[in-house]
Design a protein around this ligand. Structure first.
Ligand code: C2E
Ligand code: MG
Ligand code: MG
Length: 735
């Protein structure tokens, strides 16, 4: 830093200005300038720098030589700031906008010899900083302007403090409540948000202690813990319940920070808090949505699984049994489909209310979805039998309650039954999923038992279900893998002459034993697989009839094909049969369809129409397993059947059981009266055969005449019947 040359003789200011020589500054004057602790800059009236003290050099980074006599002060002024100030200056119209130095000194005059303002200085390195600048007009004795004296003080620090204070003031006026206390917890200051939130105006709060907000919900241990944390870390934050002035208790999120002095002694505490009531409401809404069923307000699957897990744990501790009751409304879907979802919803809500009323406080009734509900019973004691009894009692109560009439729309009463599956549990051996699955299996069993029933889960049930699942997956692949085959069982007339066959399906999974249709047909019906399977059977039967047509020995034999209800109910069943017949060019009169009684109980008109359409094509009908259902003979007259097949169960005991014998005799007598020919199924010995012949039975099927065999085998064994085959076997039929 360079210093101005010092003159040895004292001099007047006029001398200094006239000569423009800093060296003419007397030592005394220079000492004042240099020790003023401020940046001092002297300029002439045009703004040319005449003097630039050491403090100014330090502040701005310019040396004496760089500024003196060469530049105006504008070299360290911010150009934009100068422009901005110029724009702000009031000036008479027509007077040009002041610029540069004139801006700086504008406004100075006899009435106002000095101006003081905050200004921005720019250092040589380009960085800027705020200064408080006082510019005074320098005049000589005659009043002539000599120049200007600028004294600048760096106010960066003050600026920063002011800024911090401004920020603190804004923060203090924020939405969060703020309370400042002294070390003894006497409230010194609160903000507006504090008053709004607590209801205490500042005047009332100041001087009191925060205990005026205590709700009493936190115990002494809570506060001890809070003060300990505060002492150890200087901070504490958490949820706390406080009381407003009006007595209302509300949850708040509170943060307390302690303020320490230079010696580390706590001088103040600053607490900020906000009301989290809304957050709590939202939280509980979210919880409700996640764990409760919106329609019935019952716990949902998730909540049930949670509780079940806990129940298993406590069951492991105390050895008590628990039970899961899986409840399903019978035929709910039908009600929903026919009466609409509104009515369905009303039913579900009512069911939920009834279920909840059936259980104790400690039990859980939940809705899994749709019409599936679960009741979880806990603490049923350590004895399995006793627990089962209690579970069954509740299940019976549930069944009774759900069977009471429902008023869902208007005055009409609706009735619904429920199927219930129960599984007991003890401890945590099985996962909750397995427990639910077991209850589900038991439910399935109760539905299987004709619905409106209660069933328990047991291991045997589980095995049966596993087998069923395996069977189902195999069955799904069987058609495409060509694992089915037609077997044929001979049917003969009273003279034991072959008149036709019944087609019996066989399933041969690779590497396994042949599966009986009694095992897979019901499953195929349940899964709907019976439709494609039945179509395949029909097609294969017609293909075989076609082959027979070319051989005189088989050309007139009838072929009876079993048709399940589900297959028959297909909208295009009639055309499916027609297509199969025409595809293979078969005489429809040789095809007989065996139907069962269950088909005749529903949508009678539709069934009759389809049967008649098929009759018109020439197809004949036989009523299978007759005697096992409820159909009366007179009822049967509504359908175009030609034949009845007396169920094997009557034939097998015909020689031992007089009731069975009586039933068979009655069927035979009425069949003749109604001009229906009767076939006896399952004839195994000659005694049965003779008895049936004696009582007028015209046709027979059973092991006595031949077991079901493959089509190839059947063609080979035809020799045994050949000589006895009548020219036209149908001539023997009573039609
Ligand atoms: P179903 O129509 O009543 O067939 C008669 C059943 O009795 C056959 O059993 C047959 O093998 C058996 N049977 C015949 N005579 C005797 C006998 O003297 N003694 C004994 N113990 N049994 C005899 P299968 O073949 O096991 O078929 C069982 C059931 O499966 C059939 O009863 C029928 O309802 C169904 N079924 C078979 N094939 C088909 C099919 O292609 N479609 C449909 N929908 N069902 C079929
Ligand atoms: Mg049959
Ligand atoms: Mg039968």
């Amino acid at each position: 830093m360079t210093s101005p040359p010092v003159s040895s003789s004292p001099c007047g200011l006029s001398g200094l200005w006239h000569g423009l020589q800093p060296s003419r500054l007397c030592a005394f004057q220079q000492a004042i300038f240099e020790h003023a602790g401020r940046a001092i800059i002297l300029t002439d009236r045009q703004g040319m720098i005449l003097y630039f003290n050491a403090e100014a050099q330090k502040m701005l980074g310019y040396t004496w030589e760089e500024v003196v006599c060469r530049e105006t002060p504008l070299i360290f002024h911010l150009a934009e700031e100068v422009g901005e100030r110029a724009r702000g200056l009031s000036r008479p119209p027509g007077v040009a906008e002041p610029e540069g130095f004139s801006v700086f000194v504008a406004g100075l005059g006899p009435e106002k010899p000095a101006v003081e303002a905050d200004w921005t200085y720019v250092r040589k390195d380009g960085s800027s900083f705020p200064v408080s600048l006082c510019v005074s007009l320098l005049r000589d004795g005659s009043g002539e302007i000599l120049g200007y004296l600028g004294i600048a003080t760096d106010i960066s620090e003050r600026h920063q403090q002011e800024q911090s204070l401004r920020i603190a003031a804004i923060a203090f006026a924020s939405q969060a409540a703020i309370m400042v206390t002294d070390a003894e917890q006497r409230i010194l200051q609160v903000n507006q948000a504090f008053s709004t939130l607590t209801g205490y105006p500042a005047a009332e709060a100041i001087g009191s202690t925060p205990s005026m907000l205590k709700s009493g919900r936190q115990d002494a241990a809570f506060y001890t813990d809070m003060w300990r944390t505060l002492a150890e870390t200087g901070h504490w934050q958490g949820e706390i319940w406080n009381r407003r002035k009006n007595g209302e208790v509300f949850p708040e999120w509170l943060t307390i920070s302690s303020v320490r002095d230079a010696q580390g002694k706590v001088t103040h505490f600053v607490s900020t808090f906000s009301d989290i009531s809304n957050l709590k409401v939202a939280e509980s809404e979210i919880h409700h949505l996640a764990y409760y069923d919106p329609l019935t307000a019952m716990p949902n699957r998730r909540m049930l699984l949670n509780r079940l897990e806990k129940s298993c744990l406590s069951s492991r501790r105390d050895g008590h049994y628990g039970a899961l009751l899986m409840i399903d409304l019978d035929h709910f879907k039908t009600l929903n489909d026919t009466l609409g979802h509104d009515v369905g919803d009303r039913l579900l809500t009512e069911v939920a209310a009834r279920l909840t009323a059936c259980i104790r406080e400690c039990d859980t009734a939940a809705r899994l979805g749709g019409d599936e509900f679960v009741i979880m019973l806990e603490n049923l004691g350590g004895d399995a039998g006793g627990a089962a009894l209690q579970a069954e009692t509740v299940a019976e109560k549930v069944r009774f309650e759900l069977a009471r009439p429902y008023l869902l729309s208007g005055d009409t009463e609706y009735f619904r039954s429920a199927s219930i599956g129960i599984s007991l549990y003890q401890g945590c051996e099985k996962t909750v999923d397995v427990l639910l699955k077991q209850a589900d299996i038991a439910l399935y069993k109760s539905k299987d038992a004709g619905r409106n029933a209660i069933r328990f889960f047991d291991t045997a049930m589980q095995i049966a279900l596993d087998e069923r699942a395996a069977l189902e997956s195999g069955l799904r692949r069987a058609l495409s893998r060509n694992e089915f085959a037609l077997y044929l069982q001979p049917q003969v007339n009273a003279a034991s002459r072959l008149v036709g066959v019944e087609v019996l399906l066989r399933w041969q999974p690779p590497g396994q034993a042949m599966v009986s249709p009694a095992d897979f047909i019901p499953l195929a019906e349940d899964t709907g697989l019976i439709v494609p399977i039945g179509l395949w059977v029909l097609d294969q039967a017609c293909a075989e009839l076609r082959r027979w047509a070319d051989d005189a020995a088989t050309a007139s034999l009838t072929m009876a094909v079993n048709v399940s209800a589900r297959q028959f109910r297909q909208g295009d069943f009639v055309s499916q049969v027609g297509d199969a017949l025409s595809r293979h060019g078969v005489n429809a009169g040789l095809l007989k369809l065996e139907l069962t009684e269950s088909l005749l109980l529903d949508k009678v008109e539709d069934v009759v129409a389809k049967m008649q359409a098929l009759r018109r094509m020439g197809v004949r009908f036989s009523l299978d397993d007759f005697g096992t259902g409820y159909a009366s003979l007179s009822y049967l007259k509504r359908f175009p059947f030609e034949q009845l097949k007396v169920d094997r169960s009557f034939i097998s005991d015909i020689m031992r059981n007089s009731d069975d014998a009586g039933i068979v005799r009655a069927i035979l007598a009425m069949g003749n009266t109604l001009r229906l020919n009767v076939v006896a199924e399952g004839v195994e010995d000659t005694e049965q055969h003779a008895y049936l012949v004696r009582h007028g039975c015209a046709f027979f099927q059973g092991y006595l005449f031949g077991k079901p065999m493959s089509c190839a085998e059947f063609r080979q064994t035809l020799g045994g019947y050949r000589e006895s085959v009548p020219v036209n076997p149908l001539d023997d039929w009573v039609i």
